[in-house]
Structure formats: C-alpha cells, structure tokens
Design a protein around this ligand. Structure first.
Ligand code: DGL
Length: 266
C-alpha cells in the first residue's frame, strides 16, 4: 500500500502548484495527476456539475490504485469533498481547505480574515463557516476574483495588467482592514509575491500549497502510508489535451512535463 501513488486532481492545471509542493516535501512519492481541462473552469460551474465531474475523477484515481486522493482545487474541495469521501471509502481523501482553516484558526481570535477565490468557492461560504466554527469571533469576508485564474494561465504576471487587476480586486470594500488574506485558489500561489507586494508586508498572505503539503505528509506518516522506496513515478493526465495546456503545465509544476489524454467520461 505505501508504495502506491498519491492521486491528485484539479479542474485543470492550477492543482499542479500543489503537486509541485508535494513533490518537494515528499520526494519519494509517486504521483498520478488528473486535470479536467475539458470542463474547466470549475469556478463557473454549478455545485452539481462539479460534484459529478469530481466523483468520476476520484473513481479514475481509484482504478489507478492510488493510496490517497488530494483534491487540489478549492472549488471542488468546497462543494465535492463529502461526496468524494463517500465514493472512495477505503482510502484517505484530502482537500486544500481544512489544513488552511486549522492554521488560520490557531493564529486568530477576533481577527479579520479576507478570502479570495472562484465564484464556486466563495458562494459556498465554506471558509467563513469553517473558520467561525473554530473561532466564533473571527470576522471573515470573501470576494470572488474570477479574472485571476485565466490571467495567471495566460501568464499575465508581474506586469501592469496583473497589478491593475489585483489592485482593483484587493481594494474592494469587503477586503478592507483585514489581518490575513487566504488565497483560496490553487492558481494563486503564482501571484503570491504580487499580492504580498500590494500589502507591503502589512498583512499576512496565506499561500496554501506548503500548508497542504505539510498536512498530507504528516497524515501519511501517521497512517504509515509513506513510500519507503526511492523510485517515484509521475504521470499527468488531462481530459482534453492541447499543446497549450502542456506548455502552461510546465509553468505551474515548475518543470517540463508530458500530459496524456484520458477520456474518462464515456
Ligand atoms: N484551480 C481552481 C480552484 O482552486 C480554479 C480554476 C477553476 O475555476 O477551474 O478553485
């Protein structure tokens, strides 16, 4: 069991930021990644559609004999976590939200927390309800920032356009006087620096990738599921292959990768 791969999925290629953090944290682990490029962006889809896609992908990863499943997408983590857990009963399922909630709640009493993410993530209200369940006095405000994911995919990063879009969103009145900002989308680690620069170090900007990788590493250790052989294999599947996705994937995973198409819908 220990030497089976970790299964990771996202609506597309954003989840590769999580896959990369996992590869750095757990270099012995094999990874099977699935990006649902045919159906992205999940952030614009209904809960039901995201749940159906996610369920199918979880079954694909189960068939590939993964030892656990990581939902490397905030939109799917927000609305499909319970359904996936019920579908995949015998292996651990991790989302990208709970480890962040744990971290924020430990350092927050009556603090003011801002959250940015896709429309699906923000309208689920999940961050507010989970933080307030642990810290009833925390004030949580959230803003959907749907232009950021396509902006990052098109590599509009660290330039005039990205600065303007980021400033426009972050100056929204919902995000004023916050102590912490949660980047609730797996694309956003790529603009972490720009967002931090916007705040000039005055607030804490929470990038979930390392927090999630740490959490998964410690859970796998507790469950004696860490790989004990140094022979990791990496496989990357997408539901719709294009050369453009492959090029962007390299940018998100920070190294050259080959994508394979897997049609899992029929
Ligand atoms: N990676 C997705 C997330 O974390 C955002 C992209 C999408 O909308 O599909 O929510």
């Amino acid at each position: 069991m220990q030497n089976l791969p970790i299964g990771i999925f996202d609506s597309g290629i954003g989840g590769l930021t999580v896959a990369h953090a996992l590869k750095v944290k757990l270099p012995n682990e094999s990874i099977i990644y699935f990006g649902d490029t045919e159906h992205l962006p999940y952030g614009e889809k209904s809960d039901e559609a995201i749940q159906n896609f996610s369920k199918k992908i979880a079954l694909f990863l189960l068939e590939k004999k993964c030892k656990c499943i990581v939902i490397a997408c905030n939109s799917a983590s927000s609305v499909a976590f319970d359904i996936i857990k019920n579908t995949v009963k015998n292996i651990p399922v991790f989302n990208v939200i709970d480890p962040v909630i744990e971290k924020v709640s430990n350092s927050c009493n009556a603090c003011k927390v801002g959250v940015i993410g896709t429309k699906a993530t923000i309208s689920s209200n999940i961050y507010k309800s989970k933080i307030n369940a642990k810290c009833p006095k925390a004030i949580v405000t959230a803003l959907a920032t749907p232009l950021l994911a396509p902006m990052i995919e098109e590599k509009f990063i660290d330039g005039d356009i990205s600065k303007k879009i980021i400033a426009n969103y972050l100056s929204n009145k919902k995000l004023q006087n916050i102590d912490q900002l949660i980047l609730a989308c797996t694309h956003y680690p790529l603009i972490y620096k720009e967002i931090r620069d916007y705040y000039k170090g005055e607030i804490s900007v929470i990038n979930s990738t390392n927090i999630v990788a740490e959490h998964i590493a410690s859970e796998l250790k507790n469950k004696t599921l860490l790989n004990n052989q140094f022979k990791p294999k990496y496989e990357f599947f997408v539901s719709n292959y294009t050369k453009a996705f492959e090029k962007s994937a390299r940018f998100f995973f920070q190294e050259e990768i080959k994508l394979k198409e897997a049609n899992i819908w029929t």
